[in-house]
Write a protein that binds this ligand. Structure first.
Ligand code: TRP
Length: 480
């Protein structure tokens, strides 16, 4: 079989390396970059956190990303099938299974939140955000009367399903080629607006000035966990995308581009958010996770050239979020779809509609868990809302476990020698062999085990929930 010709009949391939890189970057660049990264940075000592994050992304995230790409391309299958194939059908394939399950669950609540971004985009466009806006009440109303919320969750899911159902070339690739340039443009427009606002320098200083006194062991682990989440690692997403890649493409270069693009967008998101907060005189250190849906709308109504300035930049900001969420959701759905197509022989359309539909239904309890239904809002015995539980500890745990398993599989079971043979198919000149080997065998597993130990510790050892900012009852979701 010659996989380097055009679309291979059975599974499909990317049209070029560029589209693969853009698709993987689209998966990585998501709600996590725009929301979670700036907050984590401000809390973790500004520039000091950025520095630590970059080291984590470069020395742990990048090697694991490369490992995922290698497994996908060598296995030429979904995460379960690829690991089973390379590991001769051993139990290691459960790591892939965990990824399939985790990506399905993440899709369910990711789509709920993405629905909010669409609703906010529309609200901003039609000028709903006005001077007197009480954004806390605006958000509370949305989630307390879930008809609207579930409607937009459904719309978002349908668009995601249609994209995935149309296949790699005609669906995902086509979308990515349009969405990613728009994302870049929108980011640039917002960046220019933000850094030319009065007070921008103060915002940037707060954001980026290194404060090493805030750095603790916890900061390092936060940076590491954020890197995994942001790079879409540990859930089989990159394995799946890698499986559609032709043999003559360079994996290390592709992985490098994806990491650089993802990190750049995360950094720039902070350069947009912090100047805007200073401009609107909003507290910087209280920028808890309600930031996007409760705090930022108050910025838009204060921008120059009202009402159009607010309408335009408000709508643009939520467009940025919606696109980022959309290209991530596509890859989340593609993981389980590829599993049912490869392993169960389903056709792509049936798989996309069944799994997307399932994730829609599964998302409904999450949508109801922010005030609409009491016991979901405060889960008995757990004291958190369902959406907080799913998006916080459960997702974190699953992706960290997945990344650990994958590194151990490549480093110790399938073997670095075979992995290197696969890498060299597309980049015979790959030189960083020993650094990559050391990272996959030792650095990544040790670092990941530390996060896991810390997560377990903070889950069981403290009587308050592990997430900070628990004073905000409406929304304290940690991780999107
Ligand atoms: N990287 C995404 C973000 O920053 C979230 C995410 C985590 C993800 N794991 C994933 C997206 C797997 C797609 C596939 O928001």
């Amino acid at each position: 079989m010659n996989t380097s010709t055009t679309t291979s009949a059975a599974r499909g391939t990317w049209g070029s390396r560029l589209t693969f890189i853009l698709a993987a970057a689209g998966s990585a660049i998501g709600l996590g970059n725009i929301w979670r990264f700036p907050i984590a940075t401000a809390e973790g000592g500004g520039g000091a956190f950025v520095l630590i994050y970059i080291l984590c992304a470069a020395f742990v995230g990048l090697p694991v990303m490369l490992a995922e790409m290698v497994v996908g391309r060598a296995g030429e299958r979904n995460p379960v099938g690829a690991i089973a194939h390379l590991g001769n059908g051993t139990n290691w394939r459960w790591i892939g299974g965990l990824g399939v399950l985790a990506s399905f669950i993440v899709l369910s609540f990711y789509s709920v939140i993405s629905g909010w971004t669409i609703y906010y985009m529309i609200s901003a466009s039609i000028g709903t955000f006005k001077e007197t806006l009480d954004t806390d009440a605006f958000f509370a109303k949305l989630v307390a009367h879930p008809g609207k919320e579930i409607f937009y969750h459904g719309i978002f899911m349908i668009v995601t399903i249609l994209t995935v159902a149309a296949g790699i070339r005609n669906g995902i690739e086509r979308t990515i080629k349009i969405a990613m340039p728009i994302l870049g443009l929108v980011l640039l427009v917002l960046l220019v607006r933000a850094v030319t606002l009065p007070g921008a320098l103060e915002g940037l200083t707060y954001y980026l000035m290194p404060d090493f006194s805030k750095v603790t062991a916890n900061t390092v682990l936060q940076a590491l966990a954020q890197a995994f989440f942001s790079l879409s690692l540990g859930m089989g997403a990159i394995v799946t995308y890698g499986s559609y890649l032709r043999k003559n493409e360079s994996l290390p270069t592709s992985a490098g581009y994806v990491v650089v693009m993802d990190t750049t967008v995360a950094l720039l998101a902070g350069c947009i958010i912090f100047p805007a907060l200073v401009y609107a005189n909003l507290p910087l250190d209280k920028a808890g996770p309600g930031l996007i849906f409760q705090v930022l709308p108050q910025v838009f109504v204060q921008l120059p050239w009202q009402p159009w300035g607010g309408i335009f930049f408000g709508a643009t900001f939520f467009l940025l979020l919606s696109i980022a969420a959309y290209t991530s959701a596509i890859s989340l759905l593609e993981v389980s779809v590829s599993y049912f197509v490869d392993e169960k022989g389903w056709n792509r359309k049936k798989a996309a509609w069944t799994l997307g539909g399932g994730a829609f239904l599964l998302g409904i309890p999450s949508a109801l868990s922010l005030g609409a239904v009491n016991w979901l809002t405060e889960l008995p015995g757990i004291g958190m809302s369902l959406i907080d539980l799913l998006s916080g500890p459960l997702t974190d745990g699953a992706l960290v476990l997945g990344a650990l398993g994958l590194s151990l599989f490549v480093g110790w079971k399938w073997g670095l020698k075979r992995a290197l043979v696969e890498i060299r198919k597309g980049s015979p000149e790959f030189k960083l062999t020993s650094i990559w080997a050391a990272s996959i065998r030792f650095v990544a597993p040790v670092a990941i085990s530390m996060i896991l130990a810390f997560q377990l510790y903070s889950l069981f050892a403290s009587d308050t929930p592990a997430e900070e900012n628990s004073e905000d009852p409406v929304i304290e979701t940690a991780n999107f």
